[in-house]
Write a protein that binds this ligand. Sequence first.
Ligand code: SAH
Length: 486
Amino acid sequence: MLLTITTTAEPATDLGFLLHKHPDRVQRFPQSFGTAHVFYPEADQDRCTAALMLEIDPIALVRTRRRDTPDFSLGQYVNDRPYAASSLLASAMANVFRTALRGRCDARPELAASAIPLEVALPALPCRGGPGLAEELFAPLGWRVEATPVPLDPGFPEWGDSRYVSLTLRGTLRLAAALNQVYVLLPVLDQAKHYWMSPQEVDKLIRAGEGWLADHPARTTIVRRYLANRRGLVRSALGRLAEAEDAPEDALDRGPIDEEPPAAGAADETAGADVADGVVEADGELPAAPPVPLAERRIAAVLEVLRQEGATSVIDLGCGSGKLLKRMLADPFFTRVAGTDVSHRALTMARRALQAVRTNARWTVFPGALTYADDRFHGYDAAVLMEVIEHIDPPRLPAVERVVFGDARPRVVVVTTPNVEYNVRYAGLASDAMRHPDHRFEWTRAEFRAWTEKVARTHGYTVRHLPVGEDDPEVGPPTQMGVFTR
Ligand code: SAH
């Protein structure tokens, strides 16, 4: 069984760096069920193809099976496994291209983070559901899909088609995204997973599906088929995906992308009515009447701290529609900027906003979830979580702490969050209401301080606290900020 990956991004031979496999070599990787070979049928500057060929040993395959395997007798030895791309190929991909699947490439980090022209071919792919299913699964991800049914026997056209298709995908995607999509969708198309389902399969699916599965129109089919219709697992996976989708700043729907801060005083006129109706503005912003809107003050405060700390490369975690990113790109102090968010809608907006900025800074925006360690979060001077933690369910907050402070470990981390004590200053906000419908909590100054100090202690940082907005003598500032350094 064979998978080929071709790129025409020049120099095309950089594919070798992305896959961590040298184009001049033929390499073998023993698998429990046979041997995987990686080689390059072509490796030129303008076009380079890597092939993963899996040689199956049917006897070894039988030995790795459990007794309750659904195959029986002769079928265990005589089957299509040696020839047809299947979940075995997906397992081999996971072993052989582990680092590439994570999107990691220290030698060519920008290339790993960019969409490049790709062609992925699987000449013999079992496709239960016909060529239409391949189209339904791959087209929404941005691929042009060519799925040609393979006839049962070309000598007897009247016998009709087999359940195999020859699949070619063409598109401009990040290599890691392409690999993860193929990795998940191979077994989905084949629907004959060779190993037994365990709850870890849900984790694998969520991890590999990050950034594309939650929004996929056929996600229910994908999850069901991937998890072999095991009801409990399917439910848990769909639940986790729905959470990823719901998290977004739903306020994004309410405002234009490039909304400039309203002119001084403008917020006044609408403030009363909005709050009385229980409608809260974007970003958890309440239309109080500071001369400079709070969102703007927050951005200014964060930029100021980053500058003081000499942080010229910054990742904005939970970047939303990219307001902070945009400001950093426009400021020559910042040389490398990244943004990530779990919401696709937000990222589309961010990308659009950033493309309009003239800048010399290198920048990238990619989908990511802060609850999972991700190598792409590494390597920046500073990370910013501006108005993000209060969108995280408290039981998941420790995961975010580990990912940011334990794994990514930038020199500086800036966190902002509402100060709930200040809510009494918002006339019209019910006393038990939060500032934004998606907030999971809002903390007092003491609660925030206790959290920041615990996090700093646990992960070896020092933290200082700064007010953002007018520091009210009784209730403190509307926004509180923690600056962690190590
Ligand atoms: N930082 C931006 C957006 C704040 S709104 C600003 O200040 O304008 C909170 C953002 O966090 C949303 O865009 C939401 O999609 C994102 N978010 C929430 N939970 C997340 C998670 N687990 N991983 C990544 N992003 C998340």
